[in-house]
Structure formats: structure tokens, C-alpha cells
Design a binder for this molecule. Structure first.
Ligand SMILES: NC(=O)c1ccc[n+]([C@@H]2O[C@H](COP(=O)([O-])OP(=O)(O)OC[C@H]3O[C@@H](n4cnc5c(N)ncnc54)[C@H](OP(=O)(O)O)[C@@H]3O)[C@@H](O)[C@H]2O)c1
Length: 328
């Protein structure tokens, strides 16, 4: 790919997030949905027709082997990220892999090691990390607009019914890997202080997956972070960073639209909207494109080390709760 060319994305999977990716890429000048790969030829063709995508493949490996695909975007359930990414990296293909990155830390470490060995670009598609809200909040914090941060709260909840990929261990179900991962990233992208203590609890589904969970982290430097995520109720999805002189209210932690700044005694100071979006997913694709053009192997917005850290954290929480996957 040259600087004046569009990055050609090969989308793997044809589900909810694959549609969002196609919609996003349609609106971008610098990237294009070039191919789609499905386990089923007919589904791949239908998806390609619907989204005006030039190539449709009835297998993931055929998409991976298309020499014109610049970036493989893995949009299958978490349980299937490992095998697909492994194949893609062996084929020397740059990969953007949906969150949760892998089923567990062991898989994630293997994949990262392979990417390094093969010198191939690899990134986690945790879209919030790539969005402009990150820079806005970091600046507010470093400017001391809320004094010294002391307490972070973050909730993410969606009523997702009996979706197999939430309910089944073999699809790496549960709220943590699907939603809690955003709350953990919300905390970590602003405060990567060492964790001194972790307390947590969860309510499980009859299939043994965490449906609702609460996590409390004590961070070095006098900070406490409380997070909740749930796959069975409608959350407020708000993040709050409370400091000695005010607070920031981020609405919402899964795609920030407005950052409210309050001063002492919760007196309203200002609302800062984020720039107009296509969907909010465009930033992760553009970051990948910039990395490929510069020959980088990972994005600074979400380094491999951080992806691995979050995976390890989630392994530990699942272990506490007894939430097990066949690949553990
Ligand atoms: N970033 C975000 O905002 C966001 C939002 C939602 C989901 N996600 C992530 O995206 C990934 C997919 O989620 P989704 O909601 O798009 O799931 P989905 O609607 O169930 O779609 C998943 C797709 O993966 C493929 N697939 C391969 N093996 C599968 C299997 N054993 N069972 C079901 N589907 C299988 C299917 O495509 P084919 O049959 O065509 O092969 C299917 O359409 C997950 O990792 C999830 O965490 C991210």
C-alpha cells in the first residue's frame, strides 16, 4: 500500500460488528472494505452485495490468502480469534482483531510472540482506545482541571438476551470479555498505575458465564476504581473520574460523545463534544493504515504489552469467579 492508496480491508465474519465495519469503511476516504470472508459462501456473497464489497469468500483462509488484502479484520466471536489470527500471521497478513483480543492470556501471548517473530502488524480493535476522547480527557487531567483524581467509576450494561456468544463457554461467553473489557480499558487508558488490590464478584448464567460483575481496583497513588458490567440489563454506561477539585463525566465509555467538566461542589463548567463521527470505528482503521504506512508493528494507542496486561487481568478475574472456557 502506498501513501496515496486506500488500505484494503478484508472483513472476517458477517455478524453485527462486521456490518458496523462495512458501514464505517464505506464512509472513509482512506480505507475500503475490499473483501469479506464467511464460513458460508452464500452468506459471504449476500454480505458483499449488501455492502458493495468487491470480493466475497466462502472461507476465511481464502480471504487471508488474497494478496490484495492489506489488513485482515477479525470480527468473529472471541473464541475464534486465535485460530484465524494465527493463520493470518503465518500468511504474513497484518491483523486488527476485535476485543476481547483472545480467549485468555496464554493465547494472546502466543499470538503476540508470533507477530513479533514474523514482523507483522497486529492490533486489538478496542475502538475506544483510538478515539479522540482519549486525548481530550488526558489533557483535562494533565491540566489539573479536576485536581487530583481519587475515584473512577465505570459501568457498561446491555440487555443481550440469550445470545450464544454471551451464554456459551465454547464461544468465550460472559459480560467481562464482551463489556467489562471496556470498563477496564477506560480505567487503564487514563491511569496505568500499579494495581495494589482487586476485589470482585459476579452473578452467573445457568451455563456458568458471568452475566453481571463488579470489580474494584485499588491503584497505587491513592486511587480507587469501581467497574460494573452486565450482559442482562441496560446500564447508564457512564464513566466518572472524580478529583479533589471537580469531576469528568464521560458519556459513554463505549463510544464517548460528550465529556462534561464539573468544578468544586459539582458546579457545571463545560460540555466538550467529540468531533463528528462516521460511527467511531474509523479511528482504529485509520490508525492501522498509518502504522502500515510507517512500517510499525503495533499501535501506540494500544500496545501489545497493554493488550496482554488486560488479558491477564481478565484471566485472574475469571479464575476468582470460576468462569472457565474449554481453551483455558
Ligand atoms: N467493537 C465493538 O463495538 C464490538 C461490538 C460488538 C461485538 N464486538 C466483537 O466482535 C466480535 C463478534 O461479535 P458480533 O456481535 O459481531 O457477533 P455475531 O453477530 O454473532 O457475528 C459473529 C460472526 O462470526 C462468524 N463466526 C465464526 N464462527 C462462529 C461461531 N462458532 N458462532 C457464531 N459466529 C461465528 C459468523 O460469520 P460467518 O458465519 O459469516 O462466518 C458470525 O456472523 C466479538 O469478538 C465481539 O466482542 C465488538
Amino acid at each position: 500500500m502506498k501513501a496515496n492508496e486506500k488500505m484494503r480491508v478484508g472483513i472476517i465474519g458477517t455478524g453485527w460488528i462486521a456490518e458496523k465495519a462495512a458501514l464505517t469503511l464505506q464512509g472513509m476516504d482512506t480505507c475500503v472494505a475490499y473483501a469479506v470472508g464467511s464460513r458460508t459462501s452464500s452468506r459471504g456473497s449476500e454480505f458483499a452485495k449488501c455492502w458493495n464489497i468487491p470480493k466475497a469468500y466462502g472461507s476465511y483462509i481464502d480471504l487471508i490468502n488474497d494478496p490484495d488484502v492489506d489488513l485482515v479484520y477479525v470480527g468473529t466471536p472471541h473464541s475464534h480469534h486465535y485460530d484465524i489470527t494465527l493463520e493470518a500471521l503465518h500468511a504474513g497478513k497484518a491483523c486488527l482483531v476485535e476485543k476481547a483480543f483472545m480467549a485468555n492470556h496464554r493465547q494472546a501471548a502466543e499470538i503476540v510472540e508470533l507477530a513479533h517473530k514474523k514482523q507483522v502488524f497486529l492490533a486489538e480493535a478496542i475502538w475506544t482506545r483510538y478515539q479522540p476522547a482519549v486525548g481530550i480527557v488526558r489533557k483535562l487531567l494533565s491540566d489539573g482541571r479536576i485536581g487530583i483524581p481519587r475515584l473512577i467509576t465505570a459501568t457498561l450494561g446491555y440487555s443481550m438476551g440469550n445470545k450464544p456468544r454471551i451464554m456459551l463457554p465454547e464461544l468465550c461467553g460472559g459480560a467481562l470479555l464482551d463489556l467489562g473489557v471496556y470498563a477496564l480499558n477506560f480505567v487503564r487508558m487514563f491511569f496505568d498505575n500499579d494495581i495494589i488490590d482487586i476485589q470482585s464478584q459476579c452473578v452467573k448464567s445457568p451455563t456458568g458465564m458471568d452475566l453481571t460483575n463488579a470489580i474494584s481496583l485499588t491503584l497505587k497513588g491513592g486511587l480507587l476504581a469501581n467497574m460494573q458490567s452486565s450482559a442482562c440489563c441496560v446500564g447508564d454506561n457512564i464513566g466518572v473520574i472524580a478529583g479533589t477539585e471537580g469531576n469528568l463525566i464521560i458519556d459513554n465509555i463505549n463510544n464517548p460523545q460528550v465529556i462534561r467538566v464539573n468544578g468544586p461542589d459539582r458546579v457545571f463548567v463545560e460540555d466538550i463534544p467529540v468531533p463528528r463521527q462516521i460511527t467511531g470505528y474509523e479511528y482504529q482503521f485509520e490508525t492501522c493504515r498509518q502504522c502500515l504506512l510507517k512500517g510499525l508493528l503495533e499501535p501506540v494507542e494500544m500496545p501489545h504489552e497493554e493488550t496482554l496486561y488486560i488479558m491477564k487481568l481478565m484471566d485472574g478475574l475469571r479464575q476468582q469467579w470460576g468462569v472457565r472456557y474449554p481453551m483455558d
